[in-house]
Every structure is written in C-alpha cells, then in structure tokens.
Design a protein around this ligand. Sequence first.
Ligand code: PA5
Length: 469
Amino acid sequence: MSLIHFDYSNALIPQYGITQEGLARLEDRLSASRQEVLDDVQLFHSGSTPAEYKQPLDAGFTDLPQRLLKEYRAAQKDSELGQILSRTKELADKVDRVVVLGIGGSYMGAKALMESCCQPFFNERSRGERGGYPRIYFEGNNVDNDASAGLLDLLGNGNPVAKEERWGLVVISKSGGTLETAAAFRQFFRALKGSLGEDAEQVADYVIPITGQTGKLFDLAAALGCDRPFSVPDGVGGRFSILSAVGLVPAALMGLDVVKLLEGAVAMTDHFAKAEPKDNSILHYVGVMYLLEQWRGVHTRVLSMWSKALESAGLWYDQLLAESLGKDLRGALPLTVVNTRDLHSRAQQHQEGRRDKVYANVIVGQWRYAPVPIGNSEHNQDQLNELADKTLPDIMSAAIAGTNQAYLEDQRPTVDLHLPKVDEYTLGQFFQFMMLATVVEGRLLAMNPYGQPGVEAYKKNMNRILREK
Ligand code: PA5
C-alpha cells in the first residue's frame, strides 16, 4: 500500500524560499536529530533516564503502534487492542449514541478520525447504514453552557429513555483532573443514570473511562463501579496519544479499522527510521520548514486541507505543533484552512499579505465516492454547459494547481503532502508523520518537544478565581 508522498519543489524558489543545496547541507543535522528521536525511545524503555535529563521524555508514542499490533497478534482478545475491540463492541450493542468526553489531546484525534474516515453524515444515518455502530458526539471540550445543555436535551435530560435510545459515555483524561472534562463527566454521568430508569444500577456498564494509571478519574471510575479504565500509557503525552486507547476506543465505536490505522503508522515509522535522509519525507518536511523559518522568517505554517474531511485533522496538528514547539519565545504558528472554502476568506492575505507564511497543501488522491459531474442543463444562464463533463475533483485539481501557481508566481513557498486516499491506513500515516516531524524539529532546535508548561498558567488562575467566589 502506498505512502504519503511529500513534494517540496515549489519551496525551491530564489528570493523567499530555500535551496536544494541548503537542504543537503542540513542533512547531517537532520540525521542526528532522527537518531536522537530513535535513541529517546530506547532510553525511555530502558527506564533509566537520569532524573533531570530530557524531562518529560514522552517518547513512548514512537513505537506504540508496533507494540500494540505485536501484542494483539500474539494474545488476541487478551491484548490491549483485543480488549478495546471487545469492550467497544459490548457498548455499541447496547446503545444508539455515545458521548465522548475529553479536551485537547484527549479529544482532537478522535474527532479527526470521525470526520475523515466516517461517512460525512454518519450520525444522520440509520443504525443499519452505520453498520450497527452508535452515533458519536463530543463534549467536555469546552465549558459552553448551551452546547452541553443542548446535547443533554437531545439525550433526554436525565429522564428515562426507551431501550433502543439508550446512550453511553467514553470519558478521556490522561491527568484525570482537567476541569472541563471532569465537570462534563459529572453532569453527563448523572443524566446517563437517570436515562436508564429501572436499570440505573447498571450505569457503570455504560461508561468506558480512559485515563492515566493513577489520578482523580482513575479513583472516581473505581468508586462508580466502572470496569478497569483503559490507560493512556506512561510516556505518551496527551497530544501524542491518538494511537493509544484515546483514539482507538472512539475509532472502534465508529466501526473504523483500528488495525489498519496502526499499520499505517507503523509503515510511516519504518520509512522514518530506515529511509536515507535524501529520500526521507519526514526529514525533508522538517528541513524545509526549519530553513524557511531560519532563513526567511516564515513563522506561520498554513496547513491547507483540500478536503472538508480533513479539517479536524488539521486542528489536531495545530495543537501538536503549538504545544510542542511554542516555547522559549520560539515556534511557528500553525493555521489550518480548508480549501476551496477559505480561499474566499483568507486568500487575499495569503496572496498579498506579509511574507511570513508557508502553505502545506494536503491533497487527496482518490475520493470515497465516484466523481460527481456538473452536468448539462437546459437553463444555461450560468454558462456551465461547456464544463458539463467536469467533475468536482476536476474543479478541485484546477483550484489546487491554480493556487499553487499564483503563490509561485509571487515567490510564495508551498509544499504538497499527497494522501493516496482518506482512510484509516493513510490517517495512521499522517498522524505518525506529523508527530515524528514535530519531535525531530524539537531536537533540531535543541528544544524539548514534550510537555506544555505554558498551559498551566490559565488553569491555575481559573481555579483560583472559581474558588475565591
Ligand atoms: O498534550 C497535552 O497533554 C494536553 O493538551 C492535554 O491533551 C489536554 O490538556 C487534556 O489533558 P487531559 O487528558 O489530562 O485531560
């Protein structure tokens, strides 16, 4: 099966781009950073990291897909993945809807998987069309009163519901103490219990918790009588946890092929570890982004998603880049756009604004559905009959080529990430590509890509303000 292809030829431009020689000169440093990332995994598994050295060292994500698949192949239903498949199947058989509670790294990956790999109107489809899988909703990712109240309303506001309308909860928090998620869990758990009517005592059977191996949520889940929580493994940071139970449980509930997802990630890790620097897409991506920033002051990375299905995957990357490298007064600013939609809102700035941006196009090779043609009409006032045979993918391709050409003519650098199609295997590759690229860049910048100390400040203030009142 094919890998994501990275093309940086449109970044090789004289005055505002980079050069092939510059990238070649960086090869040794990129190679050394790759080695450091690979060594970090060994160091992490050895358990002998010196107390203050490289802390936190959340390198566990790197080989997590390999480890999960290996264990699954050896132990099947007794493995972590086997347990994920059986417990999600049990819940899916009992309910028509599942609410997934979580925020940041405990939410964005699952949302990205739903948008990219499920049918676009998944929740609107009948149970049969959904393959027997429940509708999926996301909450606990904000403290927005009306969003929560609206969903609770949809779920019956804690009043008993008919058996075929029962719903369940997946609550995800690595730390177990995030206020947004904890508050939502309390509210939705109460409503869930009420919705079960005379079966309220069995409420814990309708909840799947995912959390660290200790902490408030771990203790609460035990007190509520839930089965042992799935764990966010030690050494896997929140925004790097998409390929752990954090992403796999919701994905399995959506009926996605989680084995393919992990296999895609393994294929990308293999490419990263084995391909020569001159043929290595991840090292090329890092090299191009790094040189643009160092040489040209390109501090904004626009991720242009040429598919609506990829918007949340872009927002997942926003978090990954911003929290990993936005430190020490450094780090590029990520910005996800969905085209052609955002060409009608941001293109002016991108075409003629400050020269501080690179555009990374994410381009889909093959669409899920057969191409839809414009078609002929007896009313040709819109003058589209001459384009009647053109399909939406034809228009999309023309828009991509036209936009790249316009940027190139003005010496604005672009790069292309070609996704063969949008499915679990490719998404697994995409997530792993971006996570590996981010940590390699961190090591290249001599910055620890793990941890997010800056996020604590708002939390501390919010909690103090709340408790003062
Ligand atoms: O990357 C991270 O660790 C964070 O962004 C977390 O994902 C986010 O803050 C949610 O934390 P938790 O899973 O502990 O509730």
